[in-house]
Design a protein around this ligand. Structure first.
Ligand code: F0G
Length: 449
């Protein structure tokens, strides 16, 4: 169905040979004509918006208004796909860009050049809330009654929270034994109907798409293009934290590749509408045990190629995974994904931002996590892949020691307490800080101070 010409926002297939357009009033998730990913596109000439980015910060003064309080909807003109009456907000996006000079000095970076974007400060403790507020606003706009997702944990926690905020049913698909404890506890506590599949995230992702298509359930994984619109605002807040200056680098963990895709789109759009004049470079960091993007981008030369991504390269890689019976494994369970659904959009983001891709070992992730905890507010393992990756990028001279770098810390440290306790208690790394046990005796206690 063609899109009526009066719309200012619409859905559009990213495949340049298709480019089919659909109204935002439909819940599609993939192009019905060719099966490729969908984007939300805007007629920027018809959207009234501030002429400078700093005007968005003026909304801080009206924090009694829920849409101005929200760190997502404060920027609503930049994701203008639904009427205000449909918007669902839980006060997401009250997050912090922290300048961290102590960690910078440990890494040999100049003071004032390393920043950590703490998305763990969101209502459900991860960046997902940025996307969920947008997806559920769209779900309400199209009159959805029930929602579902596959998850490594954070999506399920966030979905469960937002689903009951707007009265939708929700079902979570998780791989048995593949989810951190804090996240599972949230999904159950927030009332998500939790189904454990004997398989990994990629199995769950495949099943949930089939379930949603067959049962008409609203899918909130990052395949959903509206979710990515919400996640663009993480970058708007990074710019806000830097006084509206563009950093040199954004470093982000890569799992299903929704964030990296959203960030590339955010910067491309800001440049397109003249709110910034250059884009930062992007580094996407995989875990070595779940390194599909690294393999495809670095070893097999897969590129965006103006939208004509070489599908044969992807298919050959996935066929090989299947033949080997490969299942990804990393201590960073959030990014334990081997068939990332947003692969093509991430390639586009890497193209826009002259990006790089790398993979880091679990030991490196755990050490980086302990360093982030000891110098800042802490994070979950997947988030620490950013600092682990930055160490490599500095050593290889890809990132300069005087460049301004922002690492996106995607989840709260309490999401995965088991990994943290084991690292410290069992002295698993260079930064382990185990508790000391002493007799119940004042002299002995003082001796251990
Ligand atoms: N960091 C955390 C804490 C995550 O939970 C995820 C993804 C990622 C990074 C990867 O982000 O998919 O945008 O590349 N978690 C999903 C989930 C898959 O189900 O919670 P991405």
């Amino acid at each position: 169905m063609a899109m009526p010409s009066r719309e200012t926002a619409w859905q559009e297939c990213i495949n340049p040979d298709c480019r089919a357009q659909f109204e935002c009033a439909r819940a599609l998730f993939k192009c019905p004509q060719c099966g490729d990913l969908l984007d939300i596109r805007y007629d920027w000439d018809r959207i009234a918006r501030p002429s400078r980015l700093s005007a968005f910060a003026d909304r801080w003064a009206r924090r009694d208004q829920p849409l101005d309080f929200s760190g997502v909807w404060r920027f609503r003109e930049l994701l203008d796909f639904c009427p205000d009456a449909c918007k669902v907000t839980l006060g997401e996006g009250q997050t912090l860009l922290e300048r961290n000079d102590r960690l910078a000095s440990q890494l040999g970076i100049k003071p004032g050049r390393l920043f950590l974007q703490y998305e763990g400060l969101n209502p459900s403790g991860s960046f997902k809330d940025n996307g969920m507020t947008a997806a559920f606003s769209h779900a309400c706009m199209v009159g959805a009654r029930s929602s579902a997702c596959a998850s490594t944990g954070n999506t399920s926690a966030s979905m469960s929270l937002y689903a009951h905020a707007c009265g939708l049913k929700c079902t979570v698909f998780i791989g048995s034994g593949r989810i951190a404890f804090g996240k599972l506890s949230q999904a159950m506590d927030y009332g998500g109907h939790t189904i454990q599949i004997r398989g990994d995230f990629d199995d769950c992702m495949r099943q949930v798409q089939a379930v949603c298509a067959r049962e008409g359930i609203y899918l909130v994984n990052s395949l959903n293009p509206f979710r990515l619109e919400g996640q663009k605002t993480i970058m708007y807040r990074v710019l806000e934290g830097l006084g509206w200056e563009v950093p040199d680098w954004i470093i982000v963990p890569g799992g299903n590749l929704g964030n990296s895709s959203a960030f590339g789109k955010a910067f491309a759009e800001l440049r397109r509408v003249g709110l910034i004049d250059r884009v930062p470079r992007l580094a996407v960091v995989n875990a070595t045990g779940a390194n599909t993007l690294t393999q495809l981008f670095n070893e097999r030369g897969l590129r965006w190629n103006d939208g004509r991504v070489d599908q044969a390269v992807i298919d050959a890689y996935y066929d090989d995974l299947t033949q080997r019976g490969f299942s990804p494994h990393t201590c960073a369970s959030a990014i334990e994904i081997s068939r990332p659904v947003n692969l093509k959009k991430c390639l586009r983001a890497l193209d826009i931002c002259n990006g790089v891709v790398l993979a880091v070992r679990d030991e490196e992730i755990l050490d980086a996590k302990a360093q982030i905890g000891a110098t800042g507010l802490g994070c979950e393992p997947a988030s620490a892949a950013t600092i682990a990756g930055l160490k490599h990028l500095l050593a290889d001279g890809v990132v300069g020691r005087d460049e301004r770098v922002v690492c996106v810390l995607t989840g709260h440290p309490l999401k995965d307490p088991n990994v943290t306790v084991e690292y410290h208690r069992d002295r698993k790394g260079a930064f382990s800080n185990p508790p000391v046990e002493v007799p119940n005796d004042l002299e002995q206690i003082i001796r251990h101070l």
